[in-house]
Each structure stands twice: as structure tokens, then as C-alpha cells.
Design a protein around this ligand. Structure first.
Ligand code: 4AD
Ligand code: MG
Length: 452
């Protein structure tokens, strides 16, 4: 069989051969004796028009049913597509009761409604476009790293550590009592990973550049439009660098190269988003790609926030964490160009962040990238590679025993290094401009919701 995408662009000539198309019916229209169908198979946003001559009318063909159509490709009188299929045979593979089918012909259903049908969601234009863009972005990210000398590491999903130290862990245990044994299945408390960073840092003790791209999990009690309990993270770690700017450059390049790749690989789908989902997004994205990202320190950011005439819900004193409202203000202040905020207060960042030594435990070499519409998209830092600094911080946190192996990395050939993590769904949210992160992942997980 030919894919719909191939059929749509096929050169139609005289004496064309029979072709076969398989897919799902997106529209049915009867006109006198002639039946018009649109069939889509996920290969493109556009559906293929099928024209069935008199006598071929198949009453079982309904919106949502799956069909196999044989016929010849002919020149389409419509301007948009070059070809349509003149059917000789239409076979219904699986019928569909359009009355019960949750989606209606030609209707634009609100995302909240579509989300309630995760098992049928891929039949809608918006979600199918999203999934194609997501797939293209996955490849672009792999290509970005692999062509720049990074080795791809599969970091574990189940781990015994809490990388971010924020206690947002899901515990993993055997469901069957018989498998649990005395100290639980693993003999130690085990969790779903919140970040692959620490395992990636191990690898950066043997590889100059490493990356990982996999699922991460956070038991954050947030129903917010940018939080998921299960999300994919792109993480990189770079050795032999003492410069946060080096890390920031990779973050900026990753964002720009991936976005350019999606725009060139999925123009149809991206234009669909620009036209129907997020008007104004195209210009906004072009602006992000064209301009150099802005850099400011946390201290500068606080000065801007303190001077602001807007009144914020959360206080803005040096040392406070940046809230979503602050992030939004800063991005706007920077003309909607992504902004790196660097050198955060020591106490705001996890134990691994490198002390800037600009005062007693005052700031660390950590950076967040804030983007329009979302706020924080990346988090990164230089890692504390100096044994005595790390040892005393872990001592104070009571974590030295837990992290003996991490301290070992500073004993046996330590190198200055750093890296970052980018939330993949937040990235997609930022580029396609959908309002809610739940519409960027095939099966969203969030508090009180684990459908399917
Ligand atoms: O800022 P975070 O917590 O950083 C880390 O986990 C580092 N260990 C990464 C590293 O340096 N290797 O998370 C990184 C990014 C955030 O900036 C955000 O985009 C995304 O992950 N993120 C979430 N995305 C969706 N839902 C959530 N609940 C998220 N929490 C973080
Ligand atoms: Mg963060």
C-alpha cells in the first residue's frame, strides 16, 4: 500500500497503475450517486480525497471507520493537492458507529474534551500533528548530540538516590508481597528517577561529552499547566569545562538547532499550529531563533523585579526562589527573548552545584533558561568537582554516607564539569504554543489521573 503522504504528492500520469490506500475515514459526503471520502493514515496532516463512482457506494463507510481503498490516482481538480484517488473498490476493515464515536465530523473539539479520550486522541488533527512534531524533535535532539560527539547513555529509571534532593520521589516496590523479602524488593528504598544527572556525571568521568534522553518522574503536587508527574528530560554533561558560558552555549544551540529542524521537517504541522492553535507563535519563535539569548545574574534579575511596578503575589527579596510570575515578568522585560538567569543563591540549588566563592556560601554557578509562555525550560550548573567543598556540603546535609560513590568521583581523576536538563514537554509546549503541557505527551500523568 501507498501512504497517504506518498499519494498526495504522487505525479499523476495517463495510464496510471492501481494503488492501494489504508487508513481511517475523516469525512464522508454523498453527492447524488458519487461518494467523497477523506482518508488519513497519520503520515500527513492532509487527508487523501477518495471519489467513489456510482455503484461503489458502501453504506458501511462512516466517519471513524478503517478502510482499504483500491483505485487509480488522478489529477485533483482542487488546488491544494496534486492527486485524488478514483476508487474501484472500498473495503471497510473496521466499522465505526459515528453516533457513539466521541469525535464528530469537521468539529474542532476543545483540548480538555479530547484529553478525556486518550485511547482515541491520535485521530484528531491537533494531536496527530503534535505527535509528528514530537517524533521529529526526538530525532533532531539525537542528531544534535550524536553529531557533536556526545555518547548516548541509558541512565536507569529505578534508582536509590534523589538527585534534586527535593523529596519529590515515587517509591518503587514489588506489588506482590512474596517478592518483597525483608528490606523490600531491592533491599533498599528505591525510587523512579527524578533526573539522570548523577548517573550521567559518572559517565562524564570517562567520556568528555555524554547525554541522556528518557522519562523522569516527580511527585509534585501540581495540577499546573506546565507540570507532569512523568515527563521526558534531555540531559547533557560536559567534562573539562570551568565555564558556565560553555554550558549555556550548548543549551542555546540545542534549542535553536532542534527548533530549526522541526520547522524544516514538519512545515505543514507547524503551520497548522500557527494558524489554529497559537496565533502569533510563528513570529515569536522566529524571534527566539534569530536573537542571541539574554544573560543576567540572579542578583540582576532581583533588581529588575524589585524595580517593577507590577505587584507580585510572592515577595522578591534576594534569596527567594523565582516564581512563575517572576519568570514571566523577566522574559517580558527582555522583549520575549529567552533569558539565562545565572548564579543563584547557594541555598536555592541542590548539593551538586559549584560554589562561586563570592562570599560564605553565597551563590553557585547554576543557570536556568526562561522562555516566553513557559518560564523555566532548562536547569543547569557547573558541578562541584572539588572534594573538600563537596564533602563539607554533604556533611552538613547528612548525606556523605549516601554519596560516597559521588565523592569517589572527586577522588579518582576529578575534572571540572557541568551540564543541564531540558524538559522535553515544556520544550514542545514552547515551540508549538499549546496552552497545557498535558497536550504534548501521549499519555499524561498528573495528580489524580493515570488514565489507561
Ligand atoms: O530544573 P530541574 O529540576 O533540573 C534537574 O533535574 C537537573 N538535575 C538537570 C541537569 O542538570 N541534568 O529539571 C530540568 C527541567 C526543568 O527546567 C523543566 O523544564 C523540566 O525539567 N521539569 C518538568 N517538566 C514537566 N513537569 C515537571 N514536573 C517538571 N519538573 C521539571
Ligand atoms: Mg529547575
Amino acid at each position: 500500500p501507498l501512504s497517504v503522504r506518498e499519494a498526495l504528492v504522487a505525479k499523476v500520469d495517463e495510464g496510471a497503475k492501481d494503488v492501494k490506500i489504508q487508513g481511517w475515514v475523516r469525512s464522508v459526503r454523498s453527492q447524488k450517486e458519487v461518494l467523497f471520502l477523506h482518508v488519513n493514515d497519520g503520515s500527513s496532516l492532509e487527508s487523501l480525497q477518495i471519489v467513489a463512482e456510482p455503484g461503489l457506494k458502501n453504506s458501511a463507510v462512516s466517519f471513524g471507520s478503517s478502510v482499504e481503498v483500491c483505485g487509480v490516482l488522478v489529477k485533483s481538480p482542487g488546488k491544494k493537492q496534486s492527486a485524488e484517488l478514483k476508487a474501484k473498490e472500498i473495503r471497510v476493515i473496521g466499522d465505526c458507529d459515528s453516533q457513539d464515536f466521541p469525535f464528530k465530523i469537521k468539529e474542532r473539539h476543545p483540548p480538555e474534551y479530547v484529553r478525556q479520550h486518550p485511547h482515541l486522541r491520535c485521530r484528531t488533527n491537533t494531536f496527530a500533528s503534535l505527535l509528528r512534531v514530537r517524533s521529529a524533535a526526538t530525532l533532531a535532539i539525537q542528531q544534535f548530540f550524536q553529531s557533536n560527539g556526545y555518547v548516548h547513555i541509558h541512565t536507569p529509571i529505578i534508582t536509590s538516590n534523589d538527585c534534586e534532593g527535593a523529596g519529590e520521589l515515587f517509591q518503587v516496590e514489588a506489588a506482590n508481597r512474596d517478592q518483597k523479602g525483608d528490606g523490600g524488593f531491592f533491599g533498599v528504598p528505591a525510587f523512579l528517577t527524578v533526573s539522570g544527572q548523577l548517573h550521567l556525571e559518572i559517565m562524564s568521568g570517562g567520556f568528555q561529552k555524554a547525554f541522556t534522553f528518557g522519562p523522569t518522574f516527580r511527585a509534585e503536587n501540581s495540577q499546573g499547566r506546565r507540570h507532569l508527574a512523568e515527563f521526558y528530560m534531555v540531559e547533557a554533561e560536559i567534562s573539562f569545562t570551568e565555564s558556565l558560558e560553555d554550558i549555556m552555549q550548548v543549551m542555546e544551540n540545542l534549542f535553536k538547532d532542534t527548533t530549526a529542524a522541526i520547522l524544516s521537517k514538519c512545515p505543514e504541522d507547524m503551520n497548522f499550529f500557527f494558524k489554529y492553535v497559537s496565533t502569533g507563535q510563528q513570529g515569536s519563535l522566529e524571534k527566539m531563533i534569530k536573537n542571541n539569548f539574554i544573560v543576567m545574574s540572579y542578583t540582576e534579575a532581583l533588581e529588575i523585579l524589585t524595580r517593577a511596578t507590577t505587584s507580585f503575589q510572592h515577595k522578591t527579596e534576594w534569596g527567594c526562589d523565582l516564581q512563575k510570575e517572576h519568570e514571566k515578568y523577566l522574559v517580558k522585560h527582555c522583549g520575549n527573548i529567552p533569558v539565562f538567569v545565572t548564579d543563584y543563591p547557594y541555598d536555592l540549588k541542590p548539593f551538586y552545584a559549584r560554589d562561586n566563592e563570592d562570599g560564605p556560601q553565597r551563590t553557585v554557578a547554576a543557570v536556568d533558561l526562561l522562555v516566553p509562555g513557559i518560564g523555566e525550560l532548562f536547569g543547569g550548573s557547573l558541578r562541584e568537582e572539588r572534594l573538600h567543598f563537596l564533602q563539607s556540603r554533604l556533611d552538613r546535609l547528612g548525606l556523605s554516607d549516601t554519596y560516597q560513590w559521588y565523592l569517589d568521583l572527586r577522588r579518582f581523576g576529578s575534572v571540572p564539569h557541568g551540564g543541564f536538563g531540558m524538559g522535553f514537554e515544556r520544550y514542545l509546549q514552547c515551540v508549538v504554543g499549546v496552552d497545557n503541557i498535558k497536550d504534548t505527551i501521549p499519555f499524561p500523568r498528573f495528580p489524580y489521573s493515570c488514565l489507561l
